[in-house]
Design a protein around this ligand. Structure first.
Ligand code: ATP
Ligand code: MG
Length: 727
């Protein structure tokens, strides 16, 4: 058999991994060393050489974009469609499983998925019903608790309060929230994973079926699996399955969402026979970019340790630009992109990466002004826009009347005279009877518990949804969507909203019909087209936003850039407090995670990397004066070329970083600091209160100290005046 096409374009180490014997394997390798390439070739190898059936393949990765890419690469290699394989994200595959086995999973057949906004809304309702104050039970924090429990595989019944009244209350909220989800027939993202795990755990015959089927379990970006994902995978693989996992500990960037980089080690314990493959040759970036990335990540402790090298040339130095403010920064980026395009480059080869979504707005404005086509991944996605969610809520009710969050969203939108009091009555009845809002509304109308006008208005809404549901039965998906939007009254409602905004919303609604027209459910279709479209809207947000085929600049957060590569990369907003993020600065583990994120960003660049920061920035409506990110100072000076004339630039402050475990950092300039004060020390200021020392600068009477105050944020103070006390 000629397998050369499967091995061509691979180096020796990669070939070994692709042709590994049939048994557990772990590929541990740095960025751009061909991990994803090895994984796709392995799939083709299993089918062509080992004779595995396509339906025995389950391959999972983290983003929809990566999954789509993986699918298409496999199809190219095999020169056949990959329909029989399960290739997708964890959430996507879990969802698919639950659709097939909703009964065993204890879900209604038409269960709906809650995205994080829906989830927050539902939780707030729960808090209200429990008479709990949101100021004390901050929804974001409560959700963090709930999601975290789910990520760890814990149901409320298995939790102990440990004598802690706060925890007791959180468990009570979790219980009530779970009830509300069950009643509404909805599942949140974390629930998808947990349910998918439980359905196998609790149904041995089902598990056995899937174990027989999916002999080959392949995982990319394994370092970012959380506890429940790990358990799901290893439950499926069992003792006899053949897991092939691929990861890089230096690129673990989802700790805050429960990812456990320890899973790499755990895997070796659980599969002691697993063969370890390491890849260190990088094919993506220039020598200079790799040198920067290696130096940066060397500042982290506890690494499994690997150094990337390339046989290619050094390429150009990294360009560092100190912008006056965020607009100057955006202009700089726009102009460099123009030059790139003038020299024959494509826009899609350029990525602008930033730490938080809000940073995209200024770039979007600059791109619009200069007529540079761009595309934002994440951020305000099409499916997250308010009017789209309104239309989807109607569609979801058409699909499932028990969907309480959709009911809440549109019961009085457009306004049809259903007041807060009526709704309260319905909510109370739903709570008392443990039913959905829909059922409670029906009962309230039938039972005459509402004033006549209210009953009429509510009845009209119920009738409308019932009528729409009847009318769309049997229509094509896009006709269904069109009909429901037209029938919902949303279009005239938004037309009343003046100006561009209302117009844009109507355009978006119409665009939803095109989205439905262009939608084709993936793989075997276990559900109705409408259900799969609604699931797609929640799971795959980001799609349908701009024409993906247009040549446009790619904008995204650093998190969503994982696994991707671009000839030209801009790392924008490299200021302390922004990146590394303010939240992470006082905590070594979080700071190291930020550094890994910076490593991920750096290693996305193939040929040219730009780093920009702004001396002054207006973000979230306030002006901030930033210091260059400490990560800039961690790069070897010889790889950097400053673009702005030195005179105007305030040089990044080069400070030694506290070594992990060495009891904090050494103070630059030694004796100038107050005795006992070092980076990471807790200090007290008479006016600003308590904080943590982040940085020192200068010597003697000029010495300054940067402190992150708990209540006042980060400040630079003159050490000799500040009168800081170490506490
Ligand atoms: P990341 O850690 O960022 O996910 P990765 O390890 O998955 O990276 P790939 O994306 O698979 O790396 O490969 C990086 C680039 O190097 C790709 O453009 C890939 O096509 C190319 N590449 C990988 N191996 C080889 C090789 N042996 N010869 C030539 N190019 C290669
Ligand atoms: Mg990869």
């Amino acid at each position: 058999m000629d397998v050369s096409h499967l091995l061509d374009g691979l180096n020796d180490a990669q070939r070994q991994a692709v042709g590994a014997p049939l048994g557990a394997a772990l590929i541990l390798a740095g960025a751009g060393s061909g991990k994803t390439r090895v994984l796709t070739h392995r799939v083709a190898w299993l089918i062509e050489v080992e004779g595995a059936s396509p339906s025995s393949i389950l391959a999972v990765t983290f983003t929809n974009k990566a999954a789509a890419e993986m699918r298409s690469r496999i199809e190219t290699l095999l020169a056949m469609p990959s329909g029989a394989m399960w290739i997708g994200t964890f959430h996507g595959l879990a969802h698919r499983l639950l659709r097939l086995h909703w009964r065993e999973a204890g879900l209604p057949q038409n269960f709906q998925i809650l995205d994080s906004e829906d989830q927050t809304r539902l939780l707030r309702k729960v808090l209200k019903a429990m008479d709990l104050d949101e100021a004390r039970w901050v929804p974001r924090e409560v959700l963090w608790f709930i999601n975290n429990q789910k990520d760890e595989g814990r149901r409320p019944g298995s939790l102990k309060d440990e004598g802690d009244p706060t925890r007791r209350e959180l468990i009570r909220i979790y219980t009530t929230y779970e009830d509300a989800c069950r009643r509404g027939g909805v599942v949140d993202f974390a629930e998808l994973l947990l349910r998918a795990y439980e359905v196998w755990r609790d149904h041995p015959e089902l598990l056995e079926h899937y174990r027989q089927r999916f002999r080959h379990v392949l995982v990319d970006e394994f370092q970012d699996t959380n506890s429940i994902q790990y358990r799901w995978l290893t439950l499926l693989a069992g003792r006899d399955g053949i897991p092939f996992v691929v990861g890089d500990d230096d690129q673990s960037i989802y700790r805050w969402r429960g990812a456990r980089v320890e899973n790499l080690q755990q895997f070796r314990r659980d599969y002691p026979g697993a063969v370890l493959y390491k890849l260190e040759q990088n094919y993506r970036s220039t020598g200079t970019i790799l040198k920067a990335a290696n130096a940066l990540i060397a500042h982290n402790g506890g690494r499994l340790g690997k150094t990337l090298w390339t046989s290619g040339g050094d390429g150009e130095r990294i360009k560092l630009y100190a912008a006056f403010n965020e607009r100057d920064e955006a202009d700089f980026v726009v102009n460099r992109i123009k030059e790139w395009v003038e020299r024959g480059g494509a826009r899609r080869e350029v990525a602008v990466l930033y730490r938080s979504n809000a940073q995209s707005r200024v770039f979007e404005e600059a791109f619009l002004n200069s007529r540079t086509p761009y595309r934002v991944y994440g951020g305000l996605r099409f499916f997250e826009r308010a009017e789209i969610k309104d239309a989807l809520a109607y569609l979801r009710l058409v699909a499932s009347r028990a969907d309480d969050s959709s009911f809440e969203r549109v019961v009085n939108l457009p306004a049809r005279g259903i007041g807060a009091k009526t709704l309260d009555t319905v909510r109370d009845a739903a709570r008392a009877g443990s039913t959905s809002l829909w059922a409670a509304a029906q009962a309230a109308i039938a039972g005459g518990t509402l004033p006549q006008r209210a009953a009429q208005a509510l009845g009209a809404f119920l009738d409308l949804v019932e009528r729409l549901a009847r009318e769309v039965a049997g229509l094509e998906l896009h006709e269904q969507v069109d009909h429901v939007i037209q029938g919902s009254g949303l279009i005239p409602h938004f037309e009343k909203e003046r100006g561009d905004k209302g117009e844009g919303r109507v355009e978006n609604l119409l665009e939803l019909v095109s989205a439905a027209r262009g939608f084709s459910p993936e793989g075997e279709s276990e559900m109705s087209p409408l259900d799969s479209f609604l699931a797609h809207a929640v799971l795959e947000s980001g799609e349908g936003q701009a024409d993906p085929y247009e040549d446009c600049v790619q904008m995204m957060t650093l998190h969503s850039a994982k696994g991707l590569e671009f000839p030209v990369v801009f790392l924008a907003g490299m200021e302390d407090g922004l990146f590394p993020h303010q939240r992470s600065i006082g905590d070594l583990a979080s700071l190291e995670e930020e550094r890994r994120l910076c490593y991920v960003g750096t290693t996305r660049a193939m040929r040219q990397l730009y780093i920009t920061y702004a001396e002054q920035r207006r973000l979230y409506g306030v002006d901030q004066y930033g210091m260059p990110s400490r990560f800039i100072a961690e790069l070897p000076p010889e790889v950097i070329e400053e673009v702005r004339p030195r005179l105007k630039v305030s040089r990044p402050v080069f400070t030694p970083r506290p070594r992990a475990g060495a009891g904090g950092g050494r103070v630059d300039g030694g004796e100038s600091a107050a005795p006992g004060m070092r980076m990471g020390s807790r200090v007290r200021h008479a006016k600003f209160g308590d904080g943590v020392v982040l940085n020192f600068e200068g010597n003697g009477p000029q010495a300054r100290v940067q402190v992150n105050f708990e209540r006042q944020g980060t400040k630079w103070l003159m050490l000799s005046y500040a009168n800081l006390q170490v506490v």
